[in-house]
Design a protein around this ligand. Sequence first.
Ligand code: 5RP
Length: 232
Amino acid sequence: MTEDTDRLKRDAARAALEEVRDGMVLGLGTGSTVAHFLELLGAALADGDLTEVKGVPSSVRTGRESRAAGIPLVTLDDVQTLDLTVDGADEVSPELDLIKGMGGALLREKMVAQASRRFVVIADEGKAVERLGLRSPLPVEVVDWGWQVHARWLEARGADVRLRQKEDLPFRSDNGNFILDCVFPDGLPDPTGLAEDLRHRAGVVVTGLFLGMADRALLAGPDGVRSLERDR
Ligand code: 5RP
């Protein structure tokens, strides 16, 4: 990541902080953009600019980063409904549909976002795409038993499928599952249909397609932060 991209990520994170109010329970996403948000939120709490804010982390990583930033944490079981989730994305379409999960936290990220009244996405402009699947692989989280059957099914739908690796071993999510990274050479012509088909397959835990979920995307470019809003 270049220094410039990192600066843009921080700009997007700073813009999202403006949505946070005293007393809110926040869903805390995962990734390098969210890491900026956690630092800025921690600083605002330390300075007394915000008070009584708590967060539900969407990954072991975010839990660790939140504690380092001094953000009080609770679990999803403790709170059940959240005021606002702030998370990054790997792709953002003009309709505010997303691909997420390159950081491996897609299951908990989706659970946290679905439990939230509002979901705000933060990213640098480079994540904006005209069609999902053009820039990022689609991560699909599957149980390890029989994972190849899903890989073959996805390949039959035109994907180049790779089992995600870490240090020469299959990567495991925080929930112990495998992730299939699926490259669709021409992007995804029908993300809704694919998401629906995958939802019905036993052994598929969750996909990185976050469709119709985000309320707002804050996309930072060299000329400032562009806000995309969903009409509800
Ligand atoms: C993690 C995610 C991240 O939000 C996504 O990968 C973006 O990460 P980054 O902010 O590091 O670019 O979905 O599972």
